[in-house]
Design a protein around this ligand. Sequence first.
Ligand code: PLP
Length: 405
Amino acid sequence: MTNQAISSYREQDSFERFREGFPALREQTYLSICEKSILHDDVRKSVDSYLDRMALATADRAGHEEKVFGCREKFARLMNVDAATIAAIRNVSDGINSVAWAMPMAEGDNVVVSADAEHPNNVYPWLRLRRRGNEVRSITPRPDGSLDIEAMIDAIDDHTKILSCATVTFAPGHRTDIARLGEACRKRDVFLLADGVQSAGILAHDLSSDPIDGLATSTSKGLLGIYGFGFLYISPKWIDRLEPAYLSRPAVLMQSDDHSTMGNYDYELQPDSRRFELGSHNLAGAYAMDASLKLLLDLGIGAIEERVLPLARALKEGAAAHGLAPAVPSEGPGHSHIVTFGAIDAGGHGFSSDPMIGPISEHLAKAKVAHTIRRGQLRLAVHAFNNEDDIEHAVACVGEAINSL
Ligand SMILES: Cc1ncc(COP(=O)(O)O)c(C=O)c1O
């Protein structure tokens, strides 16, 4: 065996071992990571250890903080940045609202977003700013549902403060050309805010070089954690320009280790992203993340991306061979781990008026292939725990469904 063959064999082996840790995969073919995570045994054990400590009153602050610091540091490593740039928050909504209200904006300043292509949690925070006298410039997506990057760039003017977009849209699942958007934002001193929930833990990000100024994510999808915990990355270049709307102890520079005293009422904000942390953390979420990030880092985010993209391509090509064309072509920059079929917006959340989609979805459900319907499209997605058998099974079900129409 050549060295390359040996290392790819080892890699395959570590993915198979990783897969074995997910009890859900013994029951079903899980192709729905874009909807919600499933738990690895190590993650569950870590959360259980937290619950045991609470139940037996053996929990202490230092032990909890170790997990919060630990997962912050591991998420930073996953994103190739310093831990000080990461805040432990609740979810995408928390991160986006935090930036929206921390950014100094005068009346008439604007935000650029493509509301029809984004999850509502990356739209409502901006609509709320209208009451402050800010304008929301919503750019119509292309007919295939992808972001119209050039139109978004053209919408930037001297009053634009923030451009917000998903790294991968929840449907149809195009990967966003962050490099192009970021380049334009940097030229105009516009803050590029990314909703990273669909890509974090699955596709590689290098925030030390990607032109992203802020990234918000929940841990309830590709990061393989639980609901109600998330991360916010803020570039050190921006931190001094952002003043959080809310404030409590974690966001303030402590003069001493005495957490219950305040000293005089003068305070200084944390010099880094911790200024966005608020009150007590969701510790169950932190315990989960500490374990799942260890697993993801052991596999390596580059190797995960290299594993999932060909599997997603095989799913697209297999379905296409049965006459079901993917909504996002498998060649080209838009290709991601999310695979969708059917006309965009021919229906909504959980239903489709596309006559092919309902019967295929029913067939997949009977064959225990977890999937969703979003924006009227049939939606599946791949993570590092999926393998070639999962893809073959899903493709065979699609074929059977089409033949029975
Ligand atoms: C692109 C995208 N953003 C945000 C969310 C959820 O937002 P939050 O983490 O605030 O619940 C989802 C969930 O489906 C999503 O797909």
